[in-house]
Design a protein around this ligand. Structure first.
Ligand code: ADP
Length: 483
């Protein structure tokens, strides 16, 4: 079964968030399920610099006004398909923003080009390879099902995966004539959304199936308070909606072999974690103490509940906790955290920025991982936390609710608890969850059990890959009824 996956970021080529991890991990995870997945991503400057031995498989003289080509190339032994369109992607800054952090004004054109190129691959194939299914990720790939529906490959099933409904790719109606779509597509049944063009809405409307990255989030987005204006549409498509939780790359994230951490360890060698705790404390300037070190590895945004953390910080320190924070994001939240770190020198350490190696050091050396998100489609940091014995303390929402088992009385007695959950997502409840964690930490046996149970949890792609493969098969069987 051949599947073309289309994403705007793919680890290890380019990453700003969890989408990249998922898009990067799926091909390998699906290979053992009989799926030959190829991934198409934009040829950003940094991606082009990494691609080795590129083969030009298809040229476009005029793709939304630019000359472009689809290249196949290798990075670290893996094959990727790259849309090389220098006019769109050879720029300073990140995948979506310029060096000053502002959205590129032509983002709609850049990602429409990606979607159009994907539909062309489905129609004409690429070097003899033609997908049976096309799998689009997030708004940047939202027009894939839309373009697909217009061409010769209209019967090719498509899957639209929502990694975060908050980002929808909404643009003024004035761009519509430039998308090269028939006027009928600017309607309720197509990309029209309250008079604007919405890439994600178009994808959700027209994809054969919709998935999101956890069962709880799949239910939440059917409600007005989580649906971001799309709950009506999502409800209408509920029969085609699936919640499939993300896995993690258990080779990259493996405390027993991770080259980025001070001392490797495993569930049966938890004492060795001590050296990593020390390394973490040194890195963040934390003084010794009896209480746990809470870690935060996150975008610093309202979604992630970082304002709750700033409000609770003084009390967490007063209760005997220390906090190590790595993140970047809203200037106001960065400022509030810097102020908290200045107030509590030695108890709160902060690194502003994005630092993948440091995130490994934190997972290996932290006692608990704080994730106070207001909404969280899946969340990956808590999965890394489980795997590294960095006990997650999480808001009970989305994928956090699905992947962490709260240490309540019943779960503790049954020895299945892996962390702490709190709800509703308020500063008071966060404080209360921290209090519970500090109490459990004071009992080394209780804590070690939590770490052990978490480290044994299956956070691999195995089960979820099987679910994606089953979904693809189901879509193909619907497309081609058995004779
Ligand atoms: P989201 O995609 O909403 O940002 P996820 O938890 O799904 O949240 O994925 C975030 C990913 O990015 C994880 O792999 C996490 O470890 C990583 N990450 C987030 N912020 C940082 C940072 N400042 N430095 C290093 N890694 C980070």
């Amino acid at each position: 079964m051949k599947v073309l996956s289309v994403a705007s970021e793919v680890y290890p080529l380019i990453k700003t968030g969890g989408l990249a991890d998922v898009a990067g991990a799926l091909p390998a995870a699906l290979a053992s399920h009989g799926v030959d997945m190829r991934v198409l991503l934009p040829g950003y400057r940094s991606v082009m610099a990494k691609i080795r031995q590129p083969l030009r498989l298809r040229e476009f003289d005029d793709l939304f006004g630019a000359s472009a080509a689809i290249l196949a190339g290798k990075v670290d032994g893996m094959d990727w398909l790259v849309l090389d369109a220098p006019e769109f992607f050879d720029r300073d800054g990140g995948p979506y923003t310029d060096a000053a952090g502002l959205d590129h004004p032509d983002n709609w054109r850049r990602f429409a080009a990606l979607c159009k190129a994907a539909a062309e691959i489905a129609e004409h194939g690429l070097g003899g390879w033609k997908p049976d299914i096309v799998h689009a990720h997030d708004w940047q790939a939202g027009l894939v099902p839309v373009y697909l529906g217009q061409g010769a490959a209209a019967a090719t099933p498509s899957v639209m995966t929502v990694h975060n409904l908050a980002f929808q790719g909404q643009f003024g109606a004035d761009i519509f004539p430039e998308l090269g779509l028939p006027q009928s597509v600017f309607s309720m049944e197509g990309v029209e959304y309250y008079g604007d063009v919405s890439f994600l809405k178009g994808g959700l409307q027209l994809a054969s199936a919709i998935t999101t990255v956890s069962p709880t989030y799949a239910q939440e987005i059917r409600r007005p308070d989580f649906g971001m204006g799309l709950d009506g549409l999502i409800n209408a498509r509920a029969a085609d909606l699936h919640g499939i939780v993300n896995g993690i790359d258990t080779k990259v994230w493996d405390p027993s072999g991770d080259p980025l951490i001070d001392t490797n360890y495993s569930a049966s060698k938890l004492k060795k974690r001590q050296a990593n705790r020390k390394a973490l404390a040194e890195r963040f300037g934390l003084e010794d103490g009896d209480g746990p070190v809470f870690t935060v590895i996150s975008r610093l945004t309202w979604q992630k509940g970082i304002d709750l953390l700033t409000e609770a910080a003084d009390d967490i320190v007063a209760m005997g906790g220390r906090i190590a924070i790595l993140g970047a994001g809203d200037a106001a939240l960065e400022g509030a955290l810097l102020a908290a770190a200045a107030r509590h020198r030695g108890a709160i350490g902060l690194v502003i920025g994005y630092d993948e190696p440091l995130s490994h050091i934190m997972q290996a050396g932290g006692d608990a991982l704080l994730v106070p998100s207001r909404f969280e489609p899946c969340g990956l940091t808590q999965l890394y936390g489980l795997r590294y014995g960095n006990v997650p303390v999480v808001a009970r929402t989305g994928g956090l609710a699905d992947t962490v088992i709260d240490a309540n009385e019943a779960a503790s007695a049954a020895r299945v608890a892996t962390g702490f959950q709190f709800a509703p997502v308020t500063t008071d409840q966060l404080r209360e969850a921290v209090r519970r964690a500090i109490r459990a930490f004071a009992e080394p046996k209780v804590w070690a059990r939590l770490q052990n149970q978490g480290m044994k949890a299956d956070v691999s792609w195995e089960r979820s890959a099987a679910r994606y493969a089953a979904l693809y098969r189901e879509l193909l069987s619907k497309q081609r009824p058995t004779e």
